[in-house]
Design a protein around this ligand. Structure first.
Ligand code: HEM
Length: 442
C-alpha cells in the first residue's frame, strides 16, 4: 500500500518512489516475507521503499544483488555520512540510531577501506582468542541459572526471562563488563532498536556502560575481549575502543537473543520439531539452520550509500542514495537454484550436499563481504544459541507454548524479526545448580 504518512520538510519523494510502500507499516509487521515477495514481483532485485517521514531508500531483494552490493565497497560505501538526505533529517528521526545519527563516528561499523580492514582485524583477533570451551561452559552455567529462577513456577516468558538475558550476560563476561552494569543492558538495547523516541536515550545509556568498561581496562586490564582490543598494536584511542566495543555488544546481543527466540518458537510450534521433542530426539542444529535460512533475526540491515550513479536491477540509482540490505529476502530468494552444482563458489559456504542449496551455509543472515559479521563473532553466536536451546529443552519437562501462536507479537522494527514475548508452560521442577561462581546476584 502506498505511504501517505506526513513527509519531512525538505525531502522530496522522487518519481521512482511515488508509489513505494512504507517499510515497517502494518502489512510489513504482519508479514515482512510477503512484502518482500510482492516487491520482488513488482520491481525485480531492487525496489524503491519509503522510510518513516517519506524518506526514500532502496531495498535489495535477491541473493545475487545483495552479494554484489556487499562485495563492491567502492560503489556501495559504508559511511552513512555520504547519504545526501542525511543533513535534511531531524536529529530525532527514529531510524537514526541504526544509521549513524548523521554524525561522524570513528568506529568499525562506518570505517571504510584500509581503516576498516584494520579495525575489523583487531576486533576479530580479540574475539578469536575467546576460549570456546570456557565460553560454552559459561553459556551453560548462565542458562541453567536463568531457568532455575522460573522452573518451580511451571510457566515463564522466555524472551524476558531467558533469550534477552542470556547473550547480554555471556557477552558481558567475554567482553569484561562487570555484573552490575550488564543487568540493565538488555533494556537499553531494546529501547535503542525500538524505532521509537526512546531509541536515542537507549543508545546513550548503553554507551555509558561501555565507557566505564574502557576506563576499567585502561586501569586494570584482564583476560577479556576489551583488554585484548585495548592492547592490540593498532593502539585504539579510548573513544575508538568504546565505539568498537559498543558495536560488538549491540551487534551480538539482540541478534543472538532473537535467534534463540525464533528457534525456540519454531521448535514449539512446527510439527516436525514438536514431534522430535515428544520423542526426545531433539534436532537443535536443524532448527537453528532453518531459522538462519527462513526466519533470520536480521531481516534488513542498514545500509550502503551509492558513491556514483549505478545500474542495479531495473533501476538507475543516483549517487548518495541509501541502499538497505535485504538479508531475509536474499535468504528466501525464489531464484536460488536447488541444484548444488549451481551455487556460487564465491560464497562463503560449506559444500552443498545433494539435497540442495538450503542444506549448505549460503544463507546471508550474517551478511556478506568485508563488512559482514566477523567469523569469530558468528562462531560465538552459534555457541550461545545452540547452548541456550539445548539447556532449555533439557531443563524444562513438557515444554509447550502457553498461548495460541496467533497471539504472539513480534518487535515493531523494520530491521529485525524477534518476538516481544514467548509465554511457555511446563511441569514445575527445581534445577540443581553448582556453585554460582561469577554470578553473585543470581
Ligand atoms: C545470530 C547472531 C548474529 C547475527 C545474525 C549477526 C548478523 C550480523 C550482520 C547482518 C551484520 C552486518 C553486516 C553488514 O553490514 O554487511 C553484522 C555485523 C557485525 N556483527 Fe554480527 N551477528 C550476530 C552475532 C554477532 C555476535 C555474537 C557478535 C559479537 C561477538 C557480532 C559482531 C558483529 C560486528 C562487530 C559486526 C560489524 C562488522 C563490520 O562492520 O565490519 N555479531 N552481524
Amino acid at each position: 500500500m502506498p505511504d501517505t504518512s506526513p513527509a519531512i520538510a525538505g525531502i522530496a519523494v522522487p518519481a521512482s518512489h511515488q508509489h513505494a510502500p512504507l517499510l515497517g507499516d502494518g502489512s510489513y509487521q504482519h508479514d515482512a516475507g510477503g512484502v518482500f515477495r510482492e516487491l520482488y514481483q513488482a520491481h525485480g532485485p531492487i525496489a524503491p521503499v519509503l522510510l518513516p517521514g517519506r524518506v526514500p531508500a532502496w531495498l535489495t531483494l535477491d541473493h545475487r544483488t545483495l552479494r554484489r552490493v556487499t562485495e563492491d565497497t567502492v560503489t556501495f560505501a559504508r559511511n552513512t555520512l555520504r547519504w545526501r538526505l542525511g543533513p535534511l533529517l531531524p536529529s530525532d528521526w527514529p531510524l537514526w540510531p541504526m544509521l549513524g545519527g548523521g554524525q561522524a563516528h570513528d568506529c568499525l561499523l562506518y570505517a571504510e577501506g584500509e581503516a576498516h580492514r584494520q579495525r575489523a582485524g583487531a576486533l576479530s583477533a580479540a574475539l578469536d582468542a575467546v576460549d570456546h570451551g570456557e565460553f560454552a561452559a559459561r553459556c551453560q552455567h548462565i542458562s541453567e541459572h536463568l531457568l532455575a529462577r522460573v522452573a518451580p513456577a511451571g510457566a515463564a516468558e522466555l524472551m524476558a526471562d531467558y533469550a534477552l538475558q542470556l547473550p547480554v550476560l555471556v557477552m558481558s563476561w567475554a567482553l569484561g563488563v562487570p555484573e552490575e552494569d550488564s543487568r540493565d543492558l538488555p533494556a537499553h538495547f531494546a529501547a535503542m532498536l525500538s524505532s521509537g523516541p526512546e531509541a536515542i536515550s537507549g543508545r546513550q545509556r548503553a554507551r555509558e556502560v561501555v565507557e566505564r568498561l574502557v576506563a576499567r581496562v585502561r586501569r586494570r586490564p584482564g583476560a577479556d575481549v576489551a583488554s585484548r582490543l585495548a592492547e592490540h598494536p593498532l593502539a585504539l584511542s579510548d573513544r575508538q575502543l568504546a565505539e568498537d566495543l559498543l558495536v560488538t555488544y549491540i551487534a551480538g546481543h539482540i541478534t543472538t537473543a532473537y535467534m534463540i527466540g525464533n528457534t525456540a518458537w519454531l521448535m514449539l510450534t512446527d510439527d516436525r520439531f514438536t514431534d522430535t521433542l515428544r520423542r526426545g530426539r531433539l534436532s537443535v542444529s536443524d532448527a537453528l539452520h532453518e531459522v538462519r535460512w527462513n526466519d533470520t533475526p536480521t531481516q534488513v540491515f542498514a545500509g550502503r550509500i551509492t558513491t556514483r550513479v549505478t545500474e542495479l536491477g531495473n533501476y538507475r540509482i543516483p549517487a548518495g542514495d541509501l541502499v538497505l540490505l535485504g538479508l531475509a529476502a536474499a535468504n528466501t530468494d525464489p531464484t536460488l537454484h536447488p541444484d548444488p552444482a549451481n551455487t556460487d563458489p564465491a560464497l562463503d559456504s560449506a559444500p552443498a550436499p545433494a539435497s540442495g542449496v538450503r542444506d549448505c551455509r549460503a544463507y546471508l543472515s550474517y551478511s556478506h563481504g568485508p563488512h559482514s559479521c566477523p567469523r569469530p563473532a558468528r562462531d560465538l553466536s552459534e555457541v550461545m544459541a545452540s547452548t541456550a536451546i539445548e539447556v532449555l529443552l533439557d531443563a524444562l519437562p513438557g515444554l509447550s507454548l502457553a498461548c495460541h501462536d496467533s497471539q504472539l507479537r513480534w518487535a515493531p522494527t523494520i530491521w529485525m524479526r524477534g518476538l516481544l514475548a514467548l509465554p511457555v508452560q511446563f511441569a514445575p521442577t527445581s534445577l540443581s545448580l553448582g556453585h554460582p561462581k561469577g554470578l553473585p546476584w543470581m
